[in-house]
Write a new protein. Structure first.
Length: 284
């Protein structure tokens, strides 16, 4: 059965949260960041459908938007990018969610990039490797390169560590590096922190992690000479990245709530929310 995640936050719940933080919880006081008129004007449902990799980003954006607009419910159906694009095409969702660009065959649609996903390639701090090409990373990941000396490192076996099947970060890495269904993992772990800890503990290990999670216990290598950073992801020079897109049908009539949610996701206000969700905001 298709899993449906509905993210719902009512005005009453928002008022309770505000009261718990010391704010006034009266019906006459609008939620932070919105006007009473705006609260009254927006109501209804915004149905989103698609990319599982975008779950944290869409969840955070939806929660913040509904805190400001108590009459709107934003729902999320994690079906995958392809299914989300189909839902936008067929009109079964207001917004399709895609962690890739549109294909030439996917016509009559507009992709709106709301965030970027930067994935750092990490090795042990004692590994002398500082830079790899995308092709070298591909060889290390799919088992064609089994010894670090083949890419200029020590005479030691390569230990590939990654996330479990179904992980959005794994899907992103494998899609970008072109090793989907061919990656040879020595370990498959269920959390980004576990990957970082495993790489930190093994001199022969290589793995990947969301850019925002990497710390000094491991070394984030450069890819084709480019460091992984918010700036290089934003300007496109760092290659291990992908877009997080809202996909809408061209010419389709959108409700005021749908329009407002898209505008909110593109706003400067959303940048900190996107960062907290582990993604990279667009440069403004």
């Amino acid at each position: 059965m298709k899993k449906l995640i509905a993210i719902v936050l009512t005005a009453a719940m928002a008022a309770t949260l505000l009261a718990g933080c010391g704010g006034a919880a009266s019906s006459s006081a609008p939620a932070a960041g919105s006007s009473a008129a705006g609260q009254a004007a927006l109501s209804g449902k915004v149905a989103t459908n698609g990319s599982t990799s975008m779950e944290k980003v869409i969840g955070a954006l939806a929660e913040a938007f509904m805190m400001e607009n108590g009459g709107v419910d934003v729902t999320y159906d994690p079906t995958g990018s392809g299914a989300g694009i189909t839902a936008a095409t067929e009109g079964t969702a207001d917004i399709g969610l895609s962690s890739r660009g549109l294909k030439e065959s996917e016509t009559g649609l507009t992709a709106i990039t709301v965030a970027l996903d930067g994935i750092a390639i990490i090795v042990n701090n004692n590994n002398p490797i500082a830079d790899l090409t995308v092709e070298q990373i591909k060889g290390l990941a799919n088992g064609e390169v089994t010894n670090w000396k083949e890419v200029g490192g020590k005479d030691a076996p390569v230990v590939m560590i990654g996330r479990e099947a179904g992980s959005g970060t794994r899907d992103g890495f494998e899609s970008i590096i072109d090793v989907k269904d061919s990656c040879k993992y020595a370990q498959e772990l269920t959390a980004t922190g576990a990957i970082i800890a495993a790489v930190a503990a093994n001199e022969n290990a290589i793995g990947y992690a969301s850019l925002s999670a990497v710390d000094d216990t491991v070394k984030a290598i450069t890819v084709e000479g480019v460091e992984a950073s918010e700036t290089t992801v934003q300007d496109g020079s760092y290659k291990v990245q992908r877009p997080f897109n809202f996909v809408v049908k061209e010419g389709a009539e959108q409700s005021a709530a749908v329009k407002a949610f898209i505008e909110f996701a593109e706003s400067k206000e959303a940048a900190d929310i996107i960062i907290a969700a582990g993604a990279v905001p667009l440069a403004k």
